[in-house]
Every structure is written in structure tokens, then in C-alpha cells.
Design a protein around this ligand. Structure first.
Ligand code: SF4
Length: 160
């Protein structure tokens, strides 16, 4: 499993400060993908347990969640990483372009964003989006958090 662009993000998972890791090798291939260069599984650097725990040590006390942008196509490795993250008391999240995740994987996740990128429907900040961010602990859809971040004028335009 290779990764790139590690960064701490505040908005992708509402209420959490997340370390986000972009996993290489996405097979979904959405037209208009923001980063098609990451489709190559060899892009970036290997994410083994040593590298992962290095990140967790570095950001200990600063983050509450680890977010994977993809990686479900290497399920066993992803699940091993999720286990390590949970052992540190952190929450786990996955953004996937697929419409569902296997039960075995879902039980290792606190949050999941489902659905491919469809340009004309937009992302989580669009009322027309096909994508859904779900809190798997409660089953609640969290999309409304992203609409709320838009200015009132923009929300009214979307609602009209
Ligand atoms: S799921 Fe994400 S990374 Fe994969 S092709 Fe679609 S937009 Fe790109």
C-alpha cells in the first residue's frame, strides 16, 4: 500500500481533527478525478506499520481521527492499519468512491464517505450530490454539516 500527501485536516470529518492519507491505486476512475496520478499503485511511498506508527507518534495529542482517502482495494492491509489506529484510541474514517463497503471493513470504521465523484452532482457541499458521509456508530448522514459551511446566499441558491 502506497500513500501520498499526509496532512492534518479539520473539515473533512465534522468535529474531528484528522490525519488524512491519500492511498494510491484507486480503481474507481471517476471522470474528472482531482488526482488521477494517484491511480498508479506505485505512486508515493509505502505505508507500512512502521511509517503509520511514526505518524501516530508525531501527531499524538493533536489528532482525533485518521482518514484514508481510498485503500479499500487493499482490504487486509487497510484493516491492519485501522486496528493499529484504534489501539491508539483514535477514530477511523474512509472516503471511498464505491457505494458501499464490506461489513468486515465497516466495523473497523467510525466514518465512511460513499460514492464516486460525479461532476454535475458535486461533492458533499452540494444538495444534489450522490455522495454521503455517514457516522457508522449512529448511522447518521452528516452531509448537512457541509451545506451549513456555505454562505446563506449560496444555500438559498442551492435550495431554489
Ligand atoms: S474515487 Fe476519488 S480518487 Fe478514485 S477516481 Fe474517484 S475521485 Fe479519483
Amino acid at each position: 500500500m502506497n500513500f501520498s500527501y499526509p496532512q492534518v485536516v479539520m473539515q473533512e470529518i465534522p468535529g474531528e481533527i484528522s490525519l488524512a492519507l491519500s492511498i494510491s491505486g484507486c480503481p474507481v476512475r471517476c471522470p474528472g478525478c482531482h488526482s488521477p496520478f494517484t491511480w498508479n499503485p506505485s505512486y508515493g511511498e509505502p505505508l507500512d506499520e512502521r511509517v503509520l506508527t511514526g505518524f501516530l507518534d508525531r501527531y499524538q495529542g493533536m489528532i482525533s481521527c485518521v482518514l484514508f482517502y481510498g485503500g479499500e482495494w487493499e482490504k487486509d492491509t487497510l484493516m491492519a492499519h485501522l486496528r493499529v489506529i484504534r489501539e491508539r484510541g483514535l477514530l477511523t474514517a474512509l472516503y471511498t468512491g464505491r457505494d458501499q463497503v464490506e461489513d468486515e471493513l465497516a466495523i473497523m470504521l467510525d466514518y465512511v464517505k460513499l460514492g464516486p465523484w460525479i461532476a454535475e452532482r458535486g461533492g458533499l457541499d452540494s444538495e444534489d450530490t450522490n455522495q454521503r458521509l455517514i457516522d457508522l456508530r449512529t448511522g447518521q448522514c452528516l452531509n448537512h454539516h457541509f451545506l451549513e459551511t456555505k454562505p446563506a446566499s449560496e444555500r438559498m441558491r442551492l435550495a431554489s
